[in-house]
Design a protein around this ligand. Structure first.
Ligand SMILES: Cc1cc2nc3c(=O)[nH]c(=O)nc-3n(C[C@H](O)[C@H](O)[C@H](O)COP(=O)(O)OP(=O)(O)OC[C@H]3O[C@@H](n4cnc5c(N)ncnc54)[C@H](O)[C@@H]3O)c2cc1C
Length: 505
């Protein structure tokens, strides 16, 4: 049986960050990935000679001195990334049905305030209060600031609800909605989303927003290179089918070809519920399993990926968020007959042309129940399977509805489409291995913050978790999850010091 120091199950960003950190510290790491391509949601795919992202449309915190910059620099990948900074005066444009204005979310605190003041001249106090609250809340999350600290620091802000907070700073309902206008970024639910989730996500983009030129898979590929250069292995097309416990430890994992592999430590990058489902151990009592498996997930996504006809659609160096009512939170609780109620348009940055776009993605919500009729089907490039003609008809109908909606803000859009490809919650379920194709994993609730908190440690002493369900989703959140999990082996103080020191070397 193969023996490693660390076996990592899944090569999503969290698994790769752990692999890169631990391999550079001399651990013999092996990552098993079920897909042909590494990276999980970092994967890109190409059709009609254009590249599509599956789950990274823009990234925050990457300017020199910022949090993600520091970690990526430490990981040895920053200097090789091909990035494009988005519009300083509006990286996100927010629009609402029945309102001709487009509201711009700008980079840099003063610029952000100045830009919105043009639309809300009497709201300077509210905008300043909002920015200082964001800074205050972010300062309470030690690792977000790449320092050590403890849970007590953040306890006081965990129960603050985003929509409530926005109502508290201004009576201007339009401004409240504009500030929540890009909540597709965290699948916001008005009565649930904690303000800390809003603050950590929005703050990183307000500091600096970037697109990956030619797609986000470069992050995964660079991390794999780092892992291999440090003696680690990344084995693709190899699912882990079981984690076998003995006493209070994992003894080995079983691979899809029936072989076994052993390590001193095991890290699962899978959704915790999927990890539980494949873990065989008496130590995991049913109360623990039930808690993990009963956690509510965020909703799924429906993504229309469009290859554009040449020179028909200009490259937009910003994202466009649209709401079909004056309520930015309403789109997630859509009635099927009124779908879609919101969308985000992300135009891809290509190295081929800076003026004209060659592809874009339009993302909106879709509940898993809508694709339930085809839940027994499975389809990936590695394991192809037809979901049937009725599924194709469903996708086409939905794509047309979404295109009709986009047409209202971008007249002529339909004529720019060369071809389009649709991803539904089933696509994400099959490629990523989640149970229900959820976009961002476990949903957070300001009324019960502890319930959704998952620790990197499990009841098995050598099994750890990592990835978006641990901490926060997104490239920044998951990178920090990778640091948290790696720190279980290396020590948090040591690792944080090392990351902070590395930018001076
Ligand atoms: C539609 C969409 C758009 C997004 N847009 C953005 C964005 O613009 N900016 C941003 O910052 N974030 C965005 N995100 C979020 C971000 O992409 C994710 O939070 C992040 O990539 C998740 O990383 P992870 O480590 O949790 O792993 P995941 O990406 O969930 O990967 C898990 C990996 O485990 C593998 N795996 C599963 N089961 C097994 C098994 N049994 N054996 C072996 N391997 C297995 C999977 O194949 C996969 O590679 C988006 C997400 C989605 C879905």
């Amino acid at each position: 049986m193969q023996h490693y120091d660390v076996i990592i199950i899944g090569s999503g960003l969290g698994g790769l960050v752990c692999g890169a950190i631990l391999s550079r510290h001399g651990y013999r790491v092996c990552i098993y990935e079920k897909n042909r391509q590494t990276g999980g949601c970092l994967q890109t795919w190409s059709r009609d000679k254009v590249i599509f992202d599956s789950g990274v449309h823009y990234i925050g915190g990457l300017a020199p001195g910022e949090n993600l910059y520091k970690v990526f620099k430490y990981l040895g990948i920053y200097d090789k990334l091909r990035l494009k900074r988005m519009d300083m005066d509006g990286f996100d444009h927010i629009s609402f049905a029945g309102d001709d204005k487009v509201y711009r979310i700008a980079q840099g605190e003063e610029n952000f305030i100045r830009t919105l003041l043009a639309d809300f001249p009497g709201e300077e106090a509210a905008l300043r209060a909002y920015c200082s609250k964001i800074s205050e809340v972010c300062s309470k999350f030690p690792l977000y600031n790449l320092r050590t600290g403890d849970y007590e620091e953040k306890r006081s802000v965990l129960q603050l609800n985003t929509a409530d907070y926005l109502r508290s700073i201004t009576g201007n309902e339009k401004l409240q909605q504009v500030l929540a206008g890009n909540n597709l970024l965290y699948a916001g639910v008005a009565e649930k989303t904690p303000f800390y989730v809003h603050a950590l996500v929005v703050n990183s983009y307000m500091q600096s927003s970037w697109k990956c030129i030619d797609g986000g898979s470069q992050i995964g590929k660079l991390l794999c290179r780092q892992i291999r250069e440090h003696g680690g292995e990344v084995i693709r097309n190899m699912a882990v089918t079981a984690i076998k416990g003995e006493g209070d430890r994992v003894d080995h994992v079983v691979l899809q070809d029936g072989s076994k592999a052993q390590a001193t430590h095991y890290i699962s990058n899978l959704h915790p519920a999927q990890t539980m489902a494949i873990t065989h151990s008496d130590v995991l009592r049913s109360a623990y399993r039930n808690r993990i498996q009963g956690l509510e997930n965020s909703v799924g996504a429906f993504v229309l990926n469009v290859a554009l006809k040449p020179r028909t659609f200009k490259y937009l160096n910003y994202n466009h968020y649209y709401h079909a009512s004056d309520n930015a939170w309403a789109g997630i609780a859509y009635k099927e007959e009124e779908w879609p109620q919101t969308y985000a348009m992300y135009v891809s940055a290509s190295s081929k042309d800076e003026t004209w776009a060659d592809s874009l993605s339009v993302m909106t919500y879709m509940r898993y129940e809508e694709v339930q009729p085809w839940r027994h089907t499975f389809n990936t490039v590695l394991q192809t399977g037809s979901r049937g003609a009725d599924y194709e008809a469903f996708k086409e109908k939905k794509a047309n509805l979404l295109i009709d909606c986009v047409e209202k803000q971008f007249p002529g859009f339909r004529d720019c489409i060369h071809t389009s490809y649709v991803a539904t919650p089933l696509s994400y379920r099959d490629y990523i291995g989640t149970g229900d194709g959820s976009m961002y994993g476990i949903a957070k609730d300001s009324a019960d913050p502890l319930r959704s908190m998952v620790s990197a440690r499990t009841k098995l002493s050598n099994l750890y978790l990592t990835g978006q369900n641990l901490n926060l989703h997104g490239i920044l959140g998951v990178t920090i999850s990778g640091v948290i999990t790696s720190a279980e082996l290396l020590g948090m103080g040591f690792l944080v010091d090392e990351i902070n020191q590395s930018i001076y070397t």
